[in-house]
Design a protein around this ligand. Structure first.
Ligand code: FES
Length: 107
């Protein structure tokens, strides 16, 4: 099972086991990681699942799609080059060990 580490703005780290094919947003919700809201359920309509992909993982994760990129214009916390919507990143063996940083706010 791929592991995902979420790091909050305060530096709190939570590493959880994810299920292959389940998004990092859904995994965060299932594991009670409050910094990710996921209001729209993964439909790419809310941007409340914003994360900053750790620099070490950006290449592997890849860039956002055009639609995702548009949605990333509406994040509550500033968009950065490593910003992604966590509902659009699926857990996989390839991403085992991925680290994402949660933003200060999602609204
Ligand atoms: S959960 Fe709404 S955009 Fe990701």
């Amino acid at each position: 099972m791929p592991k995902i580490t979420y790091i909050s703005v305060d530096g709190d780290e939570q590493t959880v086991e994810a299920t292959d094919g389940i998004s990092l947003m859904q995994t965060a919700l299932d594991e009670g990681i409050d910094a990710i809201v996921g209001n729209c359920g993964g439909e790419m309509m809310c941007a409340t699942c914003h994360v900053y992909v750790d620099e070490a993982w950006t290449e592997k994760v890849g860039p956002p799609s055009e639609d995702e990129s548009e949605m990333l214009e509406d994040t509550a916390s500033p968009r950065k080059p490593n910003s992604r919507l966590s509902c659009q990143i699926k857990a996989s063996d390839e991403l085992d060990g991925i680290v994402v940083h949660t933003p200060e706010e999602q609204y």
